[in-house]
Design a protein around this ligand. Sequence first.
Ligand code: PPE
Length: 308
Amino acid sequence: MPIQPVDKIWMDGKLVDWEDATVHVLTHALHYGSGVFEGVRAYETKRGAAVFRLQDHIRRLFRSAHVYQMAIPFSQDELCQAVKDTVRENGLRACYIRPLVYRGYGEMGLNPLPAPVNVTVAVWPWGTYLGEESLETGVRAKISSWKRSDHNILPPGAKATGQYINSGLAKVEALNAGYDEGVMLNMAGHVTDGPGENIFIVKDGVLYTPPFSAGCLDGITRDSIIAIAGDLGYTVMERNLSRFDLYTAEEAFYTGTAAEVVPIRAIDDRAVGSNGRGPITKELQQTFFGAARGDDPKYEHWLAYVQE
Ligand code: PPE
């Protein structure tokens, strides 16, 4: 998806011009994938832009950095402020936000520890991730032949830049085969998540999603949907899912910051439910967007307004 440039990017404590936010070609992370990142969204509300679950995203960024023994030279509060400042300074009402912590320039070789740790926050307008119509009509998914990396290969709960070449393989395979998105399994054959989304199914009115132990990311949208579904009176179970479970689901959908809540209308050419958006998916989607846009006081605590 082409990037739409804006004015400023936050780099190591300062807002710099978009075109000056560059790095040296010997940046460690460019060679070894030694970075951790977040994907966050700000939504337009009646009180201006509000960042959705900002503290939870920054907390996860610190957890990812901890796993890779990267000392972030800023506090969580400072990075929350950096995100709000960057959205505000660019005058955006709604946008995608990409905080990145990476091993910078100065050292080469596989030991990342001596390399400096740099931090950036970029924002840009990013529309629907899986295509214009996807939120309503749903997408066609393909189970990937590429497996999700195991807990003892690359910890799936840490959002490291390097592990996304695994997601890229699954994404390209799905697109080349004529599908919209992939679904990844772990080495035991249980469903984990999409290349950049968690996955839910509905069976007999109950929601199921894979547990973290299966190897999915602890998605913040996933967590929001679990809370919303509970509030709406649905039962949600974290359980290992097989491809049979996906093929026979009444409804299925992806969740993610970039993707938001996207119905899956078919998996490996088997129609899911009515081959479109199911009623529970629609209800969860509407409640989710209402929460993110500040229309539902019950979820006000999830919003961080950019204008104090
Ligand atoms: N699984 C994976 C593998 C993943 O990358 C994401 C987010 C999720 C689940 C959903 O997590 P959450 O955003 O906290 O609900 N993927 C990010 C990157 C997407 C990209 O293409 O870049 C995102 O959605 O921001």
